[in-house]
Design a protein around this ligand. Structure first.
Ligand code: NAP
Length: 490
């Protein structure tokens, strides 16, 4: 009588990534814990139906198996044993994958039928079920978690890497510097990825205050006209160019990048700026959080070296970066004071960990800070010129002024002797320098997702706009009415 073994599981990875490993008939010695060596006989491609693979197992057994069918459309393959030192007779197996839409995961079904010598039915059924299938599920999970599948392609790589032509991309472009009315939606194209590049179907695009500086022409040389604004987005990989390790079609990703160009539906960019997203981080959350969260991370952890009891002053405390700074600094034990321009913003800032809120639409806060805590050890200032003198007055001796941005206007040059009056340290950092390598970016992004998972950072407050309505998003951000992050949905 034929024995039947059926096992299935859910793998926490997109179907494209799981299939890229399983469709390779010669891949098992790279991921399955029981396989010591795998070789395709006669040098045939590992995806050619009829090819035979020769396994040596870690326990010394040998198995030759033949590929019977392979369907990239159905994510399905079948194979049979043609010769083996284990007594599995007439063994035929099928692997089928299905996408799990909830969370971009993969359902993996593995089944086989075979005959055995009398009396060995149960032993061999258990060996196939546990020793091969269950162990295989776990082995593949480990392999994907370690990213070991994400190496450069083999000669027989899946179609994922095929070079493709341009794809239509909806873009929001400016042709000259100026107000929000300069933002113009129009059709465009995203070229096929070249070596080292990845093409992304973008679903959510983060709006940052730097987009406004660029639109106004305040950052010389950073945006050639006509040009597309935007420094960050989230979505999924369409295809990758040669030499890209770590990313495959279907992977959910986010990026932040010093070259503007994110206000579009499909973008091609260097893979070095891209990180894979954990399943639980949604596209909108990622676009709302990546650049701003990474900024909060380097400001508090590296540049500001925030420690318990430190007196911190955060401007625009209900803004995108401001809310994250308040929540994270509070968790690090700092005493957080914030400035905001309205009572409504004060409520939101308090809910996010801002202990003491000063409501001031006209940049007057120094006296209130001195009264409340005797001066700030650290000021995180995205306001710029209008708050210049008040910042100096609000600082404690030996304080640190981190000039992060210039929402009120470009900060005029400072006199070094002016800083000396209180032994002030002054910093003028740029987020991109703090994520200049893929490792640094991955490390900081992981800390941001970790803070979200731990509840240190709340799911961000997001105001959504359609990509075509980018001009309205800019009006809202520069009107000082917005709270939290603004995201364009493509
Ligand atoms: N250097 C870096 O690495 C880096 C990285 C990210 C962000 N940043 C900077 O951090 C700051 C916050 O960025 P964000 O994207 O999160 O923006 P945001 O804080 O959500 O929005 C800017 C806020 O600035 C305040 N503001 C004061 N005067 C303003 C004016 N004249 N026009 C507009 N806003 C004014 C407003 O809050 P109130 O009304 O409550 O005052 C406004 O909500 C910006 O300066 C940005 O350039 C720097």
């Amino acid at each position: 009588m034929l024995q039947k073994v059926v096992r299935s599981t859910i793998i926490d990875a997109p179907i494209g990534r799981v299939w890229a490993v399983l469709r390779d008939f010669n891949s098992h010695d790279r991921w399955h814990e029981v396989v010591a060596q795998s070789r395709i006989e006669g040098g045939e491609p590992a995806s050619r139906v009829g090819c035979v693979r020769s396994f040596t197992l870690k326990d010394g057994n040998r198995i030759r198996e033949q590929l019977l069918s392979l369907s990239d459309e159905e994510y399905k393959s079948s194979y049979c044993i043609v010769e083996a030192t284990v007594p599995l007779q007439r063994y035929v197996a099928t692997i089928t994958l299905k996408p799990v839409t909830d969370g971009d995961r993969t359902f993996w079904h593995w089944e086989s039928s075979f005959a055995t010598p009398p009396g060995q039915e149960r032993e061999l059924r258990d060996m196939v079920a546990q020793g091969v299938y269950e162990a295989g599920f776990e082995s593949l999970r480990r392999h994907l978690r370690a990213g070991s599948d994400l190496r450069a392609g083999t000669d027989d790589a899946p179609p994922a890497r095929a070079t493709a032509g341009p794809m239509p991309s909806r873009q929001v472009r400016i042709s000259r510097f100026g107000g929000p009315e300069e933002l113009e939606p129009m059709p465009g194209e995203a070229p096929g990825p070249r070596s080292g590049e990845v093409r992304i179907r973008q679903r959510a695009i983060g709006v940052n205050f730097i987009d406004i500086y660029l639109r106004r022409g305040w950052v010389p040389g950073m945006l050639a006209l006509p040009g597309v604004l935007g420094m960050e987005a989230a979505g999924s990989v369409i295809d990758v160019g040669d030499g890209v390790g770590g990313l495959l079609p279907g992977d959910r990703v986010a990026y932040l990048c010093p070259q503007p160009g994110a206000y579009c539906s499909v973008r091609t960019l260097p893979a070095t700026h891209v990180v894979r997203l954990p399943a639980e981080v949604e596209d909108e959350t990622a676009a709302a959080l990546l650049l701003k969260g990474v900024t909060a991370d380097y400001v508090l952890r590296d540049l500001g070296r925030v420690r318990p009891g430190m007196r911190l002053l955060v401007h625009a405390a209900a803004g995108g970066v401001g809310l994250l700074l308040c929540a994270w600094a509070r968790q690090l034990g700092a005493r957080v004071t914030g400035t905001v321009s309205s009572e409504a913003k004060a409520r939101v800032a308090r809910e996010h960990g801002c202990e003491h809120v000063i409501v001031t639409p006209d940049y007057r806060f120094a006296d209130a800070v001195q009264r409340h805590c005797g001066g700030a050890d650290l000021i995180v200032d995205g306001l710029g010129d209008a708050a210049r003198d008040e910042n100096m007055a609000a600082l404690a001796h030996c304080g640190h002024w981190i000039s992060l941005g210039q929402a009120s206007g470009p900060l005029q040059p400072l006199d070094a002797d002016w800083l000396m009056a209180k032994s002030i340290t002054f910093s003028r950092p740029v987020v991109f320098h703090y994520v200049a390598t893929p490792d640094k970016l991955a490390e900081r992004a992981a800390r941001v997702w970790g803070a979200l998972a731990a509840g240190t950072l709340a799911t961000p407050v997001v105001e959504r706009f359609a990509l075509d309505a980018a001009a309205r998003a800019h009006e809202r951000l520069e009107s000082r009415a917005s709270m939290g992050s603004l995201v364009l949905v493509a």
